[in-house]
Ligand binder design. Sequence first.
Ligand code: UTP
Length: 286
Amino acid sequence: MLKIRKCLFPAAGYGTRFLPATKAIPKEMLAVLTKPLLQYGVEEALSAGINTMAIVTGRGKRAIEDHFDISYELEHQIKGTPKEHYLTEIRSVITKCTFSYTRQVEMKGLGHAILCGETLIGNEPFAVILADDLCDNAPDQRNKCPRGDDESVLLQMTKLYEKYQCSIVAVEEIPKQDSNKYGVIAGSIEEKNIIRVSDMVEKPNPEDAPSNLAIIGRYILTPDIFDILRETKPGKGGEIQITDALLTQAKQGKVIAYKFQGKRFDCGSVDGFVEATNYFYKKNNL
Ligand code: UTP
């Protein structure tokens, strides 16, 4: 049985909703408190036992590579000072993971970004994290979660993969009027919190949405998705959509949707970013 060993991070988008902040800084490097969104994502992958990180970048994203590398000058400056502990977490991430990068030269959509990652992933099942969807499950000090509920969303999904061995999308219930911001699925209940997907639509108008279950930025994909993506024509917004490629797999009964346990913040929007900041500030300062 193939284990999920690699996680792909599409991080080539322009992040226009955060301009001018994202003019020279990648959206994925915006920090919730002191940690960039992408580092939260990498830590989530690590928590799922994955230590090979494959990042799809674009122009102006060099800060990402620098972040996951040693800064000798900085290390030298703060070594032995009371500030050294600020680097502990990122050092640990760098030690535990390997990082590889490729560039999406033209922004042709999330599906296209994932296809660009083929060269880093190869012929094996893999995870995808969209770092601007920030997920949290770790118990806070005051209100300890019951055992099991503190597993990261990706860990929950890799465990499910062991059972189902097919593509998996994480879904969340949304108000119908928000349908046009997400891929929306329909299907039949397989077991508690698990739906066998039969249909999926990218950003439908609320009246056309097949359900209130929206796909968020966590996926497990089987490698046949690359061949399907190669054949996928531009869809909604003229972009190559991962939802359209997944629909091909879904029609073969090979996609399940998982109503995950945990909190998710849409940090690709200013409102979600502020909400996440407040949440983590409260959680860390109890
Ligand atoms: P979004 O549509 O949320 O990101 O894509 P964006 O385009 O950067 O944001 P706005 O709408 O302009 O503010 C979701 C994820 O897919 C990646 C983005 O980097 C983000 O992580 N993406 C999207 C790519 O890597 N390439 C693309 O062509 C499109």
